[in-house]
Design a protein around this ligand. Structure first.
Ligand SMILES: [Zn+2]
Ligand SMILES: [Zn+2]
Length: 377
C-alpha cells in the first residue's frame, strides 16, 4: 500500500493555504503519522497558532524555523489553540506560554490533566489504516517511545498495533491485557517521569459550541466535534470558506474512535459531529491536522461515516456467524488480522458494539468472569 499523505515526513516550507493562514508542518513520530500541521493565523498583533506539535526541543526547533520563514518569532504568537487533548496537538503550547504568556484556547472539556497517560498510548488513527500502511512491511513507520510497539513485537509475537491501553488492569469489557515486555515497561516508566515534569499550560480561554473568535482578522466559529476525543473542536471561517478540521476529518485516513471514553456512545457522538460539519455551507478549503488541505468536506465526512457503517454491518454478520453471545476480543479477532489484535483493536470494536447496543441492535451481558458478551439482533 502506498504511503498515505498523513504519513509523509514534515516538509520545511511554509505555504499560505488561505488568506493570512500559513501551513507549517512539524515532524512527529507516531504510528501511521509523519507530520502534524501547525497553522499560523496572522493578524495586526502577530499570530495565533493551532496545534503546535509534540512536546520537546525537536518540535520547538521546527516551530522556530517555520515561524522565522514567516518573519515571526515565538514571542509574536499571542494565542495557541489546541483542537483536542492529544500530545501531538498541544505539545508546544506550554513553551509559547513561557515565551510570551500566550493565551491558550481549547474546548471547555479539555483534559490537560491526564498527566500519566498524556505521553503514551494515545491512538490517533484507526487500526485499519495502521494495518494498511504497514501492509508493505515498510519499517519507515518508525515508532518512537510514545508508541514503541514496533521494537518489541516481531512478526508472530502478538499484535504489532497493540498500544497497550490498560496494562495491568481490566478493560471496560472485561478483558485482561498481558504484561508488556520489560523494555517497553521501562520506556513507559521513563515517559511518565518526563510527563510528570512537563509544564502543562492552563487553558486560559475555554471555548464551546457557537463561540466566535477573531483570528487572521476574521470572525471564526467554534464547533464542538466530539468523537475522536470528547473535547475535540473545529473552526469555521465563513468569510473565507475555510474549515479547520483538527483530527475530526482527515483527508485519507480514519481517525481512531476509542471505546474508552467519557461518552457512553463515542461513535454516535462522532456521527453527529460529522453530520454537523457536512452541513456547513460554502466550504472551499479544509485544513486538517495531518495531510494536505482539501476541498470536499461533505464528501470526506460522508466517506468516514460510510466506513463505520460497513464496520457495523460486518459486526452483525460476525454475530450471526457465531450464533451465540461473543466477547469483544472474539469480535475483534474476526474483524482484524492477527497482527492488529490487542487493546487498540478491542477498543474500536467495543465502540462499535456499544453503538449497536445503544441503538437497540445488540444486547450484552456479563458472564461469570465479568466478560462482556454481545449478541446483535
Ligand atoms: Zn488526535
Ligand atoms: Zn492528530
Amino acid at each position: 500500500m502506498a504511503q498515505r499523505q498523513e504519513q509523509e515526513p514534515a516538509r520545511t516550507e511554509v505555504t499560505e493555504v488561505a488568506p493570512n493562514v500559513l501551513r507549517m508542518q512539524l515532524p512527529i513520530r507516531m504510528p501511521g503519522l509523519g507530520h502534524v500541521n501547525m497553522y499560523a493565523l496572522l493578524d495586526d498583533q502577530g499570530a495565533a497558532v493551532i496545534d503546535p506539535g509534540l512536546p520537546g526541543p525537536w518540535t520547538w526547533q521546527a516551530i522556530q524555523d517555520r515561524l522565522r520563514q514567516a518573519d515571526l518569532k515565538p514571542r509574536d504568537v499571542h494565542t495557541v489553540l489546541v483542537t483536542h487533548s492529544h500530545p501531538d496537538h498541544f505539545g508546544g503550547a506550554a513553551r509559547f506560554v513561557r515565551e510570551h504568556g500566550a493565551r491558550v484556547v481549547a474546548h471547555r472539556s479539555f483534559r490537560f490533566g491526564l498527566a500519566k497517560s498524556i505521553l503514551e498510548n494515545q491512538p490517533e488513527i484507526s487500526v485499519d489504516d495502521l494495518t494498511a500502511q504497514q501492509g508493505d512491511e515498510s519499517e519507515e513507520v518508525s515508532a518512537d517511545a510514545t508508541a514503541d510497539s514496533h521494537h518489541h513485537h516481531g512478526h508472530g509475537h502478538g499484535a504489532r498495533n497493540d498500544v497497550g491501553l490498560w496494562w495491568g488492569g481490566v478493560s471496560p469489557w472485561g478483558g485482561h491485557e498481558p504484561r508488556p515486555p520489560l523494555r517497553r515497561r521501562l520506556v513507559h516508566a521513563a515517559m511518565r517521569l518526563v510527563g510528570g515534569g512537563l509544564k502543562v499550560p492552563k487553558v486560559t480561554h475555554p471555548v464551546e459550541q457557537g463561540d466566535v473568535i477573531t483570528l487572521a482578522g476574521r470572525e471564526m466559529f467554534v464547533l464542538h466535534t466530539p468523537g475522536h476525543t470528547p473535547d475535540h473542536f473545529c473552526l469555521h471561517d465563513p468569510e473565507a470558506g475555510v474549515f479547520i478540521a483538527g483530527d475530526h476529518v482527515l483527508p485519507s485516513i480514519t481517525p481512531h474512535i476509542s471505546g474508552i471514553s467519557t461518552s457512553a456512545d463515542p461513535l454516535l457522538s462522532f456521527f453527529y459531529s460529522l453530520d454537523r460539519v457536512a452541513e456547513l455551507p460554502g466550504i472551499s478549503q479544509v485544513l486538517p491536522a495531518h495531510g494536505h488541505p482539501f476541498s470536499d468536506l461533505k464528501g470526506r465526512a460522508g466517506a468516514i461515516k460510510a466506513h463505520h457503517h460497513e464496520r457495523l454491518e460486518r459486526i452483525r454478520e460476525i454475530s450471526r456467524d457465531f450464533g451465540r453471545p461473543a466477547s469483544v476480543a472474539e469480535f475483534s479477532r474476526q474483524l482484524f488480522r492477527p497482527r492488529s489484535w490487542g487493546s487498540m483493536a478491542e477498543s474500536e470494536t467495543y465502540a462499535h458494539l456499544e453503538h449497536l447496543r445503544h441503538a437497540g441492535q445488540a444486547e450484552s451481558h456479563r458472564d461469570r468472569h465479568g466478560l462482556l458478551l454481545y449478541l446483535t439482533g
